[in-house]
Design a protein around this ligand. Sequence first.
Ligand SMILES: C[S@@+](CC[C@H](N)C(=O)[O-])C[C@H]1O[C@@H](n2cnc3c(N)ncnc32)[C@H](O)[C@@H]1O
Length: 402
Amino acid sequence: MILALILPAPTIEVVYNTYMEAEGIVTPKIFNIDGTDLIVDNSSLHKTLTMTSTFNLELMDRHYHKMPKTQYLGSKERLVRWLYDNSPKDINVFFDAFSGTSVVGHYFKNKGKKVIANDFLKFNYHIGKALIENNKVTLTERDIKLLLSKNNKADNLIERTFTNVFFERDQAQFLDNFRANVELLNNQYKKSLALTIMNRSLTRKVLLGHFAHLSALRYSRDPARIKRNPTIARPIKDLFLELVPDYNKAVFSNSQKNKVYCENTTGLISKLRGVDLVYFDPPYYGRHPDYQAFYHFLETFVEYWNDKEFVNGTKQYFPKKQSGFVKQKEVVSSFKKLFAASTHIPYWLISYNSKSYPTEDIMIDLIKNHKKVKVVHHEYQNHYGGKGSRQGTKEYLFFCYD
Ligand SMILES: C[S@@+](CC[C@H](N)C(=O)[O-])C[C@H]1O[C@@H](n2cnc3c(N)ncnc32)[C@H](O)[C@@H]1O
């Protein structure tokens, strides 16, 4: 009854998965996963996996290109397979309409679909450019050398705005220098990849992975916190270098012309032709709908705003972009407009959550003006393999069809 994992540390992320049993997979004694040996005593495998919540079937497929781990409010990293399993299979073109980390689009790209992705925030657009639209361009040693070299023409937006807010001065200067060097890369996908990897390094660096609090620096100087999470005290440069190989590996071709946009979805969607399935994962009102409040720094870093004010303690840029899904009074009318603009797309999948507004019933009424609908509920699994819930919430999926 021994489960031995022979893994160089960050190779496998531990994800709960019941599919092995559900799909009747016979567990062999040795898997070779991503070049890494996983040795198991199969008699205890199911039990142990259930208890430690640990497996990802896709890792068994050598042709599967793993998305690096995301850290983003509302990321569907743990639900992608459930989403795919609940989507129609007779589709060619998939539109990830609120793409965030692009983890859902990346999964559908792996499945050979033509993927269109869109997010109204630029830093998310760059993820899509780097990992969805980009079929082959990676960062080379030479690119990395360029990105880390001294740039005498670098501006100091980050240093003057964010020193002692999220970063020590030397780290803020490093970011200004890096940002200037991104512009020296000679390819748009390289630029997007460099920005994407740097942004992920920054969410690793800042405790809680977002920029809506002012505790990051205090925590990064606190030995007890550092002991629990050494990453917060590490130089950004090291975090960046550590992530490059994983991101390079996530770049692949699925022989489709995938395409990424950075627009307001409601305006974009009526212009898109040929989409078979759209996935709507808008901000959940009632949870954390204002993505610009949490991730403003990443947007400032990629846009390198020079025409904005920086307000409040966290130095959020102002004015912000209008989402339509942030204030309660606007949400229902935003859904109405979105659905009315999407009638030409045969299938819709909509993620939603039991704590959100509009409620499930209101959503069904809104959808029924245009499509038939089935609702699938998902309960999060707890660490012991039983039904649990993430802060008492359930995830819904509305499957809508003509
Ligand atoms: C729940 S998150 C999506 C998460 C994504 N599915 C994932 O797995 O990472 C919602 C996303 O919608 C974007 N967003 C909000 N309002 C938008 C709008 N009007 N048009 C396009 N994107 C919008 C936000 O920037 C945010 O990334």
